[in-house]
Design a protein around this ligand. Structure first.
Ligand code: G3P
Ligand code: CA
Length: 285
């Protein structure tokens, strides 16, 4: 597993200028070193997202981090699910917040994938369960790299405290834990509850993005990195983040050509549904 603190060299190389000369072109090998391969919802291009099967496949396919989106049940349990509703990824219907864990555990979280992606379908995906965060920790242990997102925190008061409680209960290695959110309020709450948890601010741009000095300074108060949508950023954006000491992990990148371009621009990690493809790009295959 890669250590996120090893990634300073690229940033340093990107920022070096001397007598007007720009040394921003870092050696290609250097650029490929320590790019975090984040298995987005597990290896969700191959298996039903946010199932233990998908996460295991992500690890097997050289994902460095297991990405886990969190929702909270009616009885206050954290579960791994992207949507606020059950409809897309289970055979249930309605809001997660209106169902108990016991009820959600009855649902089939795999068959939808077989129907939607017949070319990837497998009989073993039928009947897979929605995992709790606790089950994810039990399965992968305290020393795995988890990249956990607080989803819809405004819908789930107390979600951040519950997350920290579960992390502490399972003795999760906080050096290997990243918590991400689109909600800066949620990240600030995390920061307040447990200052030692490393945070990433997700950003969702609807037009070509510019990273302002004000934004950088504000985010640096609480987060060690940013996660922008990959389709709205350019090289200047990436370099500004890196030069200012921010990790930058764009989402969600599923084409090798796009992965290569982002690595050449200097990103320090990438979210992908196909960690095997990113692994090949990182290895120069
Ligand atoms: O967490 C990075 C990326 O996953 C954010 O988008 O909607 O896939 O959670 P989403
Ligand atoms: Ca996510």
């Amino acid at each position: 597993m890669k250590n996120i603190f090893k990634m300073g060299v690229g940033a340093l190389a990107l920022s070096l200028t001397f007598m007007g000369a720009d040394f921003s072109v870092v050696d290609a090998k250097e650029k490929h070193k320590d790019i975090l391969n984040v298995a987005h919802r597990g290896a969700s291009g191959y298996a039903p997202e946010h199932t233990i099967t998908s996460y295991k496949m992500g690890e097997k396919m050289h994902g460095d981090y297991i990405e886990v989106d969190l929702q909270m049940t009616k009885d206050g349990e954290l579960i791994a699910m992207h949507d606020e509703t059950l409809d897309r990824t289970t055979n249930g219907t309605g809001q997660v917040k209106d169902f108990t864990l016991e009820e959600i555990k009855q649902l089939d979280a795999g068959s939808w994938f077989n129907e939607k992606y017949p070319e990837q379908a497998k009989a073993e995906y039928e009947g897979l369960q929605v995992p709790t965060l606790e089950e994810v920790f039990e399965t992968f242990g305290k020393n795995a790299n988890y990249y956990i997102e607080t989803k819809s925190p405004e819908v789930y008061p107390g979600m951040e405290q519950k997350l920290v409680d579960v992390v502490n209960e399972y003795g999760i290695n906080k050096d290997k834990l990243l918590v991400q959110s689109f909600s800066s309020e949620s990240l600030l709450k995390m920061n307040e509850i447990d200052h030692s948890v490393k945070l990433v601010q997700l950003l969702d741009y609807t037009s070509p993005a510019e990273l302002t000095d004000k934004e950088v300074q504000s985010i640096k108060q609480y987060a060690m990195g940013i996660g922008p949508n990959s389709d709205m950023i350019d090289q200047e954006y990436v370099q500004k983040a890196v030069q200012n000491g921010l990790e930058i992990h764009p989402y969600t990148v599923n084409e090798k050509e796009e992965m290569q371009k982002l690595i050449d621009w200097g990103v320090t990690g990438i979210f992908t549904n196909f960690p095997d493809l990113l692994h090949e790009v990182i290895k120069g295959k």
